[in-house]
Design a protein around this ligand. Structure first.
Ligand SMILES: [Mn+2]
Length: 438
């Protein structure tokens, strides 16, 4: 269940960092419920991201109770050993195996939760737990708080305060460690390989589903366990739908194909978008339209360095893309008016960036004390401007109707500037054409 090359010290280090921020409290993180279809057929299970982040443990039915400064400090509830279930569902570590292999201070069977959890919560002054994420465990948790209160008897104390752990975890997950960055880079590399493979494969007549198959094949041949999100493989007018997910149309001569896909490495995921002509050669109109987005993307990338305020990326993108909309004849008037009236939203309706990491839209606050925060080394995010002109837009020049272009790279902020982790996937029109010729 665990990749053999994962050093458990990484997870202990992460817990130690959290410890400073929650001293006196306890953090409780349950696995999310495994999904079962048709009575006994299991969906693929992916561990709750925060639970994996702090433990490296991948089995469902587990719960971390982390109590820095208490004894025992790291307590883990896991599925018990069960030879019959293991015959059906595969190996389980069980409490003893989990303690020995993952370095937890104390482990219990998940079946002991109700009797043990209240005692674990009694000595702490607050509990970091996210309510309404796991309705089954919410009940177990609330009951344990109540039993802990009862056990404190005549002290007169009420329920322990419950604090949302996402604030602490988000801040920590936003600041990537060197190991995080190493894994993120690997996820980006494999993701880029998928995009290159897709460019080589695509020609008029292939189906979007087959393009998706090439992505999956490439990712898994590099031993990525799963994609980080549902791939968007959108040809023709489908490319103007932001989260197109049908992936079932034939790719036709003269159309664009937009592919937004990324894959995982040790729970980090890439998030790359490339757009290219199905037939491998940009028409004049396609090139004109595409290069507007590429120009915007490069301008934004050039801005990135420590200290830059995050929201300025979007402000600058709006300005550049609105200028492009006027040049392409999509809008009329002045840039200022088109921004003021929000007219640009018709063709560029989304944001240019989001945090990236162990979730494709990664945890982490975008503001600090109510203000958009400044970039710091170790932050990882996407840069993904786009322009979208639906085929039924009568007001747009006919040559651009049905064109959707988005170009998305993954960036880590460094001490002196930034590093683009997805440059291996071609984005210059000449580079794309060269890859598609071979
Ligand atoms: Mn994205």
């Amino acid at each position: 269940m665990r990749k053999p090359d994962l050093d458990i010290k990484i997870f202990a280090d992460r817990r130690r960092k959290i410890a400073e921020k929650i001293k006196g409290g306890a953090m409780v993180i349950p696995a999310h419920p495994a999904l079962i279809r048709n009575h006994d057929v299991h969906y693929e299970y992916r561990q709750d991201t925060n639970l994996f982040y702090l433990t490296g443990y991948e089995e469902p039915g587990s719960v971390l109770v982390y109590r820095p400064g208490q004894n025992p400090e790291t307590v883990m509830f896991v599925l018990p050993k069960d030879p019959l279930r293991e015959t059906w569902d595969g190996f389980r570590y069980g409490p003893e195996g989990a303690k020995a292999e993952f370095g937890f201070d104390k482990t219990y069977s998940i079946n002991e939760m109700d009797s043990v959890l209240p005692d674990l919560l009694m000595p702490v002054d607050r509990v970091y737990y996210r309510l309404y994420q796991n309705s089954d465990f919410d009940k177990t948790f609330a009951k344990a708080l109540d039993v802990a209160r009862e056990k404190l008897g005549r002290s007169g104390l009420g329920l322990k305060p419950v604090v949302d752990p996402f604030e602490v975890l988000g801040e920590m997950r936003l600041m990537k460690s060197p190991k995080d960055i190493e894994w993120q880079k690997k996820a980006c590399e494999i993701s880029a390989e998928g995009h290159i493979a897709v460019m080589k494969f695509t020609k008029p007549g292939v189906n979007e589903r087959q393009v998706e198959a090439v992505l999956r094949h490439t990712f898994m041949m590099h031993q990525s366990p799963r994609m980080g999100y549902n791939a968007i493989v959108a040809s023709g007018n489908g490319s103007t739908t932001l989260h197109y997910n049908f992936n079932d149309q034939e790719c036709r001569d003269g159309e664009f194909l937009l592919v937004d896909a990324g894959t995982e490495w040790n729970y980090f995921t890439g998030d790359i978008t490339r757009t290219f002509p199905v037939n491998g050669k940009f028409s004049e109109s396609q090139k004109k339209f595409y290069n507007c987005v590429l120009f915007a993307q490069k301008e934004i990338l050039n801005m990135i360095k420590p200290g830059l305020v995050f929201k300025n990326l979007q402000t600058a993108t709006i300005k550049i893309l609105t200028q492009a909309m006027l040049e392409l004849g999509l809008l009329k008037g002045s840039v200022e008016d088109a921004i003021e009236s929000m007219a640009f939203k018709k063709y560029y309706p989304h944001g240019v960036s989001h945090w990236l990491g162990m979730d494709v839209h990664d945890l982490g606050p975008y503001t600090l004390n109510g203000e958009s925060r400044a970039l710091e080394p170790g932050m990882i995010f996407t840069v993904e401007p786009g322009l979208y002109v639906p085929s039924n837009d009568e007001s747009a020049p006919a040559e651009f109707r049905g064109m959707g272009v988005r170009i998305e790279d993954n960036i880590v902020v460094t001490e002196t500037g930034h590093f683009n982790m997805t440059l291996k996937a071609p984005k210059e029109t000449s580079d794309i054409e060269a890859v598609m010729r071979n």
